[in-house]
Design a binder for this molecule. Structure first.
Ligand code: GAR
Length: 210
């Protein structure tokens, strides 16, 4: 059984999707053991508490450097024997050393079809604002392994979502969550924990269930 840590900063709807999947028995060979928030006000903390999952708050501003922050984070994860880290709306960029140490064991969900609308500055609602400003007809979500390049790691899964006339960033964000993120993320986490994912360079191979 792989112990999963979910890192959050905000509302935590993706965390909720993971909790719901776990409660429905859909996370094979994995268990959410810890939720860490970079923000003490995050509603995600309440979702975790409601589900009986231990929580911790680690604020970036309480540490002198990104490395010191990552070191503290790493210590928490090691202490709990975590085997998979899931970034579910986690808004703090992690330093290269952390990404290397956890290579192929950190999964992120991003609210666009990477490589569109991703990288530094593209997070949360800003991603949808940029998609609407460009006038794209299709956007979506991507679940990927985290590498040293922001939003640049090997892609596990993607799902396209239509943009509709008159969409606001908030309306589009909700549609992308409902139609893509909340489906892709629990599936990817389950696939990881069940040992179905193999990284071959930029390509992630997914074994079908036997
Ligand atoms: C989600 O849309 C997630 O994909 C995005 O933030 C939102 C968090 O919502 N993440 C990023 O933009 C990371 N670059 P949630 O707290 O309700 O899961």
């Amino acid at each position: 059984m792989i112990k999963i840590a979910v890192l959050v900063s905000g509302g935590g709807t993706n965390l909720q999707a993971l909790i719901d999947a776990q409660q429905a028995g859909k996370i094979e060979n994995g268990r959410i053991a810890l939720v860490i928030s970079s923000n003490p006000q995050a509603y995600a903390l309440e979702r975790a508490a409601e589900a009986g999952i231990p929580t911790e708050v680690l604020r970036r501003r309480d540490y002198d450097s990104a490395d010191a922050y990552a070191h503290a984070l790493d210590a928490r994860l090691q202490a709990q024997d975590i085997g998979l880290v899931v970034l579910a709306g986690f808004m703090t960029v992690l330093p290269d050393s952390f990404c290397r140490a956890w290579e192929n064991r950190i999964i992120n969900v991003h609210p666009s079809l990477i490589p569109s609308f991703c990288g530094e500055g593209f997070y949360g609602l800003h991603v949808h604002e940029a998609a609407l400003a460009k006038g794209v007809k299709v956007t979506g979500a991507t679940v990927h392994f985290v590498s040293e390049v922001v939003d640049g790691g090997a892609i596990i899964a993607q799902k396209a979502v239509n943009v509709e006339e008159g969409d606001t960033p908030a309306v589009l964000q909700r549609r992308v969550m409902e139609q893509a993120e909340w489906i892709l993320l629990p599936q990817a986490v389950s696939d990881f924990c069940a040992g179905r994912l193999t990284v071959r360079g930029a390509w992630v191979e997914r074994k079908e269930k036997e």
